[in-house]
Design a protein around this ligand. Structure first.
Ligand code: PDD
Length: 283
């Protein structure tokens, strides 16, 4: 079952008017929230980022956090499976095509759930491959915008090169992946680009830095030059659906010794432990 504008319904029954500004302009924002054991993971953080995205595009939040919480609980309840990934999508609504914001229009609110499968074990034992690509997106990558054409094209470039992810470089510095954040390990230190307008502030990114700090893993947040990315001991990608994964091949070359590194193994253990602890807590 999906949720559309106040009602739960089967996916097949859901329909959106063609003049929806999400369809016409990509005028909307979204969130992807994992749920483990039927409990949303880091919900407060996801709702805070949603608010940031809505504020950035001048769209009033159609719901309070408590309302979102209830809707999300109901969505999980309407769908099978212990682990689900929840997709929330809000557009500026339906209006005659005109770029400027329409007045008095109700936003479109859509939510769906899909089964959330943990990354296949071989992805963690062998790692994934990536290519570096010039980040040619706009300058508001902090907004989780539904206008994903640039990300789609960058990811497709990776797929056509036989790789899993595109590692994006802007003006000689690392920004993020086409649908993930990227960490670099160099000389035992975890390097991360700063959260700014050039990347999406990942919920997993924050969690990885939190877990590293709690476990005494040295981290350094700051611009990461392309040369360091290309000479990394380890590279990781992170996202809500893919957790933390090692990138072991970059542009056809081995990253470090070509195997997932020791800090990845440590971080993955911390991540799995954290997930298990959160799931045991009553909500
Ligand atoms: N994407 N950067 C980009 C461009 C992303 O699209 C994503 C996630 C991330 C990681 O953010 P988080 O850790 O909060 O998932 C970073 C989601 C999963 C998607 O579009 O499906």
């Amino acid at each position: 079952m999906i949720y559309l504008n106040g009602r739960f319904m089967p996916l097949e029954e859901a329909a959106i008017p063609v003049l929806d500004r999400g369809f016409i302009f990509g005028d909307g924002v979204y969130e992807v929230i994992p749920a483990y054991s039927r409990l949303p993971f880091r919900l407060a953080e996801h709702l805070r980022r949603l608010q940031h995205s809505l504020d950035a595009i001048g769209l009033k939040n159609p719901h309070t956090d408590a309302e979102w919480g209830a809707l999300i609980e109901a969505l999980i309840g309407h769908n099978a499976g212990a682990d689900q990934y929840l997709y929330l999508h809000i557009t500026r609504g339906v209006a005659k095509r005109d770029h400027a914001f329409p007045k008095g229009v109700t936003p479109t609110v859509f939510m769906m759930s899909n089964p959330l499968l943990p990354p296949a074990p071989e992805l963690k034992t062998s790692g994934v491959s990536a290519i570096t690509v010039i980040d040619n997106r706009w300058l508001r990558c902090d907004i989780k915008s539904i206008s994903l054409l640039p990300n789609v094209l960058l990811r497709q470039q990776a797929v056509e090169a036989g790789a899993t992810e595109a590692v994006l470089l802007r003006d000689g510095f690392l920004t993020e992946g086409s649908a993930s954040n990227i960490f670099v390990v160099r000389d035992g230190i975890v390097l991360a680009p700063p959260k700014n307008n050039l990347m999406l502030p990942g919920i997993t990114y924050d969690l990885v830095l939190e877990l590293a700090a709690a476990d005494g893993i040295p981290t350094q947040i700051g611009p990461v030059p392309e040369a360091i990315v290309k000479r990394a001991d380890e590279l990781w990608l992170t996202s809500s659906t893919r957790e933390v994964l090692p990138i072991t091949v970059l542009d056809g070359q081995a990253v470090g010794n070509g195997r997932p590194g020791p800090l990845f193994t440590r971080m993955d253990a911390l991540y799995q432990q954290y997930k298990a602890t959160v799931m045991r807590q009553p909500s």
